[in-house]
Design a protein around this ligand. Sequence first.
Ligand SMILES: Nc1ncnc2c1ncn2[C@@H]1O[C@H](COP(=O)(O)OP(=O)(O)OP(=O)(O)O)[C@@H](O)[C@H]1O
Length: 266
Amino acid sequence: MLVIEGLTRRFGGKVAVSDVSLTVESGGFVGVIGRSGAGKSTLLRMINRLQEPSEGRILCDGRDVTALRGQALRDWRADCAMIFQQFNLSGRLDVLTNVLMGRLNKTSTLSSVLRLWSAQDKAMALSALEMLDIANLAAQRADSLSGGQQQRVAIARALVQEPRMILADEPIASLDPRNTKVVMDALLRINKHYCITVLCNLHSLDLARTYCDRLVGMAQGRVVFDGAPEALTEDVARELYGLEAGEVMDAAAERPQPAAAAFAAA
Ligand SMILES: Nc1ncnc2c1ncn2[C@@H]1O[C@H](COP(=O)(O)OP(=O)(O)OP(=O)(O)O)[C@@H](O)[C@H]1O
């Protein structure tokens, strides 16, 4: 269980995240929603320790994550794998090697420098690609793939880290609707199949309602909603999205159906 206590992050005079406290049970699919600048990315990046909190603590199963250093910190970062909007792949490398990069933390320094991957690591990477229906792309250069395919490679790379949690920061922001669905379905499948907790920043309220079993709404760095998607009223949406609220609520009728709905119901 992840416990966030009074987490605050300031950038100069700007408070990006303000006194956020949350408890995240293992195995959930939590959507962090809110308009641009609400503090969603900063919150996720602090959990992964890509950004240091100004105040507050993060505890995982009682262990103070904010105090970790050296190898323990690297292990934590592998434990909560990040997925980024821009995929962060090495374009010139093939897909399989990109996925194997997720094994770096579990490989000796010499082997990782020489890129000597074990047969077991390769099998694991291939199986992650199979899970995401892109094993046929293993030998292709990453920069030859579509955005949706690249994001699935990034998810496969996260998967081979054997994380307990995936932190996805606007994973579909640069994708078209078809690839958005493919990538969100993949995250849902991983969440249900491996029981990996997913914390996913989403600008779209529709997508959050379709895929998440809990929503955390942020505005101006604070949590202003925390509950089931069904409990999010129009008033709260207005508080979260201001003038954009009508826009984000109106599209509700066109909400996509996740292909993995069977998992969601299980
Ligand atoms: N490195 C930084 N230096 C200065 N200000 C920052 C930095 N990172 C974030 N901020 C500010 O903190 C606030 C929250 O930013 P953050 O990126 O966390 O919001 P967000 O909800 O993820 O927005 P978006 O959806 O646009 O990514 C914003 O006002 C942003 O300008």
